[in-house]
Design a protein around this ligand. Structure first.
Ligand code: PMP
Length: 404
């Protein structure tokens, strides 16, 4: 059994970092066995500060789509760093990346770059308001679009005024969107939505194609902007955009996470109709023009386009899903596996407060498999059949531990 690490970092951090750690990576919120601090990553393996190694099914919570320290991405970054990262002007690689995004993303006529997913969702909302001259934005109840006052799920420090022009609908429920649009009337600027429902603390839910098409029609009819928040799914499910298989194209997409295999980068892509508004808003940041992460993105997207990486991710995800289903049944458990296989989630049936699920993810963590009880996991192109089979050997022990 692997134990949670305590190299002294946890204690030291509590003196100098509020709460010792903050945000989604605070393991105390979701695990008793996983370590808080990580020392190393290589392919699909990560190693904590005590030297324990885990097969990683969170992939840095999404960004690491090709595997930790992918050689092509690492050398693209190293080459760029020889010339500089933060200069008094954007580097040529910015244009190269924007051209690549326009060529890769189906709806994109242009691209703007930023650092985090929240930058991209927030800029998308601002562009939509600038383009329409309207104020109201509709989002799904429970959806996550970032960590600033207009959208953070935790309302400490947030005022009602920060959300004065937000209204809410239920995912996959077109009638609730139509009702919210009616409340907004001629002040409806945008609808922002994720490719599928991947909210924490519940099973994932695939998108009803009628719902996606209905949102497109509603936006066309009202002149509102359809924003797809592809931050979590983007560049893992479909290289051209996560709604491309359904044939529904947004006006704007927000990207981050997998775009640069772990380097800090986000993007907004949009259609020609929104180009002028995008050029009129003021949005920027001290590090938004850093060239190294753009070089990482060019290398990552090129690798995703030119190799079978996305097929390998799907195959690994399917192998994991099938294996876990067989294992759960063999141990006499009913489990619900939800979401695309590339972004899986497992919950024990009837375990609405995640008690049993968390016991299982803790047992998996103690056996060197890094999974989460109530946030979707992520597969990457570095997960081979052998890695999945090794992970399954360990999760078998986790199921067995629950029956003891
Ligand atoms: N939108 C979605 C769908 C996300 O999953 C996230 C990050 N989990 C964000 C926006 C915000 O991205 P970031 O944390 O990079 O600001």
């Amino acid at each position: 059994m692997i134990n949670k690490n305590d190299t002294g970092l946890v204690k030291r951090s509590q003196a100098v970092i509020p709460g010792g750690i903050y945000g989604h990576m605070a393991v105390r919120g979701f695990s008793d066995t996983l370590p808080q601090y990580m020392a190393d990553g290589n392919g699909c393996r990560i190693t904590d500060t005590d030297g324990n190694t885990y097969i990683d099914f969170m992939c840095g919570w999404g960004p690491v789509v090709l595997g930790h320290r992918h050689p092509t991405v690492q050398s693209a970054v190293a080459e760029q760093l020889k010339r500089g990262d933060c200069l008094n002007g954007a580097s040529p690689v910015m244009v190269e990346l924007a051209e690549l995004l326009v060529d890769t993303v189906a709806h994109a006529d242009w691209a703007m770059l930023a650092k985090n997913g929240t930058d991209a969702t927030t800029a998308s909302v601002t562009i939509a308001r600038a383009a329409t001259g309207r104020r109201k934005v509709l989002m799904a109840n429970g959806a996550y679009h970032g960590a600033v006052p207009w959208c953070t799920p935790v309302t400490a420090g947030v005022t009602a005024e920060d959300r004065a022009h937000l209204d809410y609908f239920d995912f996959n429920d077109l009638e609730s969107v139509r009702a919210a649009a009616a409340r907004a009337g001629d002040d409806l600027a945008a609808v922002i939505v994720c490719p599928h429902r991947h909210d924490v603390h519940r099973d994932q839910e695939q998108t009803d194609p009628q719902f996606a098409r209905g949102l497109r029609e509603l936006c066309d009819r009202t002149g509102a902007v359809l924003i797809l928040d592809d931050v979590r799914c983007g560049f893992r499910l479909d290289i051209a955009g996560s709604w491309e298989p359904m044939g529904v194209r947004p006006d704007l997409s927000a990207w981050s996470k997998a775009i640069a295999n772990g380097y800090a980068l986000a993007a907004v892509t949009g259609t020609d109709a929104l180009r002028d508004a995008a050029s009129r808003i003021f949005t920027t940041g001290s590090f938004w023009f850093s060239a190294a992460s753009m070089a990482a993105a060019v290398a990552t997207i090129t690798e995703l386009r030119e190799t079978d990486a996305l097929e390998r991710i799907a195959r690994a995800g399917q192998r994991l899903r099938d294996g876990l289903a067989a294992q759960a049944a063999a141990h006499g458990f009913e489990v619900i596996q939800s979401g695309p296989v590339q972004m899986p989630l497992l919950r024990f049936a009837g375990d609405d407060d995640f008690t049993l699920t968390r016991r299982w993810t803790d047992e998996a963590g103690a056996r060197g498999v890094y999974v989460h009880p109530y946030h979707n996991w992520f597969l990457g192109a570095s997960h081979t059949d052998a890695d999945i089979d090794e992970a399954l050997e360990r999760t078998d022990g986790a199921f067995a531990a629950l029956t003891r």
